[in-house]
Write a protein that binds this ligand. Structure first.
Ligand code: UTP
Length: 270
């Protein structure tokens, strides 16, 4: 039995940076050529050995549930037309061996709140959290998550992924004080100014947690932007437990912003 078999995909955010498109289309369904962002994250998790996917959704994200649902009519049509390649593409979006669960976040109260909504479905399992809008170039994606799981196996607290960003961009991310030799994280600060930032190591949207993280998330009050911040929960846990991170040296696209999304399209089209 693997150490981390469950992954949580929070997809209930408003995606205001992509309005008006996100008024009716979930940001996580933005297409990178023929696949939506969320499918890249799902494939990445499955390649790293995950076999239970939990989506934290909202009532405006039905397109995500429909995408992962079986479409009998389409499959029947493709079968009758002998279009076996297309049939396999739609049938293999999620392999049969992988189970899928959904839970609602009634209001977009922040990423920490979204993760907390998965508590009952996660149960006593260790779990990964993947943010689909952080897209990783495919050849590097499964190795990052696998390295994080390996690191997690030693202390079984939290394993984070960090990407070194230019100083001019630290204000967009959670930034960590990180010791590259021991791989330990000593503090986290959410979206600091260039002056406040302890380093240029930015949180990338991949996390491995033991179920203990829920205890810390439950104690949080709304933080920055009035939201329950996942980073605040991790910082609270850091007071009691050591936390580690894997430095990422590959290609990451911040598809939560239009400029990152455009860059990703260009890269995947080549
Ligand atoms: P973001 O921080 O990118 O927020 O969320 P957002 O609300 O989706 O987008 P903007 O900032 O308004 O443009 C990162 C991930 O966390 C999810 C989002 O769906 C996204 O996948 N999220 C965020 C939730 O599930 N619930 C929340 O309350 C907030």
């Amino acid at each position: 039995m693997g150490l981390v078999k469950t992954a949580v995909f929070p997809v209930a955010g408003l995606g205001t940076r992509f309005l008006p498109l996100t008024k009716s289309t979930p940001k996580e369904m933005l297409p990178i050529v023929t696949k939506p962002l969320i499918q890249y994250a799902v494939e990445e998790a499955i390649q790293a050995g995950i076999d239970h996917l939990i989506f934290v959704t909202s009532n405006s994200k039905k397109a995500i549930e429909e995408y992962f649902d079986k479409n009998y009519e389409l499959e029947d049509r493709l079968q009758k037309n002998g279009n076996i390649k297309a049939l396999q593409q739609v049938q293999n979006i999620i392999p049969r061996s992988v189970s899928v669960s959904y839970v609602r976040q009634e209001e977009p109260k922040g990423l920490g709140d979204a993760v907390l909504k998965a508590k009952r479905l996660v149960g006593n399992e260790n779990f990964a959290v993947l943010l689909a809008d952080d897209l990783i170039a495919s050849e590097e994606s499964s190795s990052l998550l696998s390295s994080m799981i390996r690191q997690f196996s030693e202390w079984r607290t939290v394993s984070l992924a960090l990407d070194e960003v230019p100083l001019s961009e630290v204000h967009k991310y959670g930034i960590a004080s990180f010791d590259e030799e021991s791989c330990s994280v000593s503090s986290l600060i959410e979206k600091p100014s260039a002056l406040e930032a302890p380093s240029r190591w930015a949180l990338l949207g991949r996390y491995i947690f033991s179920p203990e993280i829920f205890f810390y998330l439950e104690q949080l009050k709304p933080g920055r932007a009035g939201e329950i911040q996942l980073t605040d929960g991790i910082s609270l846990m850091l007071k009691d437990k050591p936390i580690f991170a894997v430095p990422f040296h590959g290609k990451r696209f911040d598809c939560g912003s239009a400029s990152g999304f455009k860059e990703a399209i260009r890269y995947f089209l080549d």
